[in-house]
Ligand binder design. Structure first.
Ligand SMILES: [Zn+2]
Length: 298
């Protein structure tokens, strides 16, 4: 501070003027409008950070842009739909719960039951590993627990402990065993599981539906379905190709039956061209999360 200014400040201080000015400045800074301004500045900074984290590799950028524009122009309720796998995850605070629909007369041992739980966990971990630490995704780990099993007959499920809820002989309109709709998020997207015998703690977000002789796979917000024979052959594999692809649909990702994004070779969501999550698949999942996260305040 120049000497003349210091001298002026001393004189003003003696006059009490500086003290008064200081109080005015403090009052303005603490006023509601100043707080709103700081809030707005913080929001701008957050938006800037969100924009900054979209940094796909140059060779994938055009294809990713094409994919999102395709999704926006073909999904009927893209931004209104509230049961993507992301919504389920956030509603539960970072975990997913499953029910297994066993549409088969093949018996299941306790060991196989536990292998199936581990296999679902392993495949979801592959998807969510791509989100860890990225784009404000809030979870480092996503635990997956099978909380129920449905079968035609109790004798098919060869365990006696009560580690999972059992739904025996509860059949859908097509005759396939199902877990209680009262516990199924698909039917209770408001999170009210008051009619589920085990309450919210035993609700399930998705079903793994295994059917004798079923070819290929199907997937959506309700879960994933594939052949029982295929699944048992793949249950201990590192990559369970069809399950991974169907989980992609649960996250909202599309199929690519009739087109290929520019500059991209094979990838998981283009059926038959890759058997594991590729970098392109990972960036498509990030893009989906990026476009939904504001609904969670992230
Ligand atoms: Zn598909």
């Amino acid at each position: 501070m120049p000497r003349r200014t210091r001298a002026l400040v001393r004189r003003l201080w003696r006059s009490g003027l500086v003290a008064a000015l200081t109080m005015v400045v403090a009052a303005v800074y603490a006023s509601p409008s100043a707080a709103a301004n700081r809030q707005a500045a913080a929001e701008v900074a957050a938006e800037q950070a969100a924009a900054d984290d979209w940094t796909p590799p140059a060779n994938l950028a055009q294809g990713l842009d094409e994919v999102w524009r395709h999704v926006e122009s073909t999904y009927g309720n893209l931004y209104g739909f509230r049961n993507y796998g992301w919504d389920q995850l956030m509603a539960n605070g970072g975990r997913l719960q499953y029910c297994v629909r066993w549409e088969s007369n093949t018996p299941v041992t306790a060991q196989l039951r536990d292998q199936i739980n581990a296999s679902i966990q392993r495949q979801w971990t592959k998807w969510f590993d791509g989100l860890r630490g990225w784009g404000n995704f809030p979870y480092a780990q996503v635990p997956v627990q099978v909380v129920g099993w449905a079968a035609r007959d109790r004798s098919l499920l060869q365990w006696n402990d009560n580690s999972v809820d059992l739904y025996i002989g509860n059949l859908d309109s097509g005759g396939a065993p199902r877990c209680a709709p009262e516990c199924d998020r698909f039917h209770h997207q408001d999170g009210n599981y008051s009619r589920c015998p085990g309450g919210a703690a035993r609700h399930f977000d998705q079903s793994l539906w295994l059917t004798d002789g079923f070819g290929g796979g199907a997937g959506g917000d309700w879960g994933q379905r594939m052949g029982r024979e295929y699944y048992l052959g793949a249950v201990n594999q590192d990559n369970i190709h069809i399950l991974l692809h169907e989980m992609g649909h649960t996250l909202g990702l599309d199929d690519f039956y009739d087109w290929t994004p520019t500059g991209v070779g094979g990838f998981l969501m283009k059926a038959g061209t890759a058997s594991q999550i590729t970098e392109f698949d990972r960036w498509m999942a990030r893009d989906f999360w990026r476009h939904l996260r504001s609904r969670y305040g992230l």
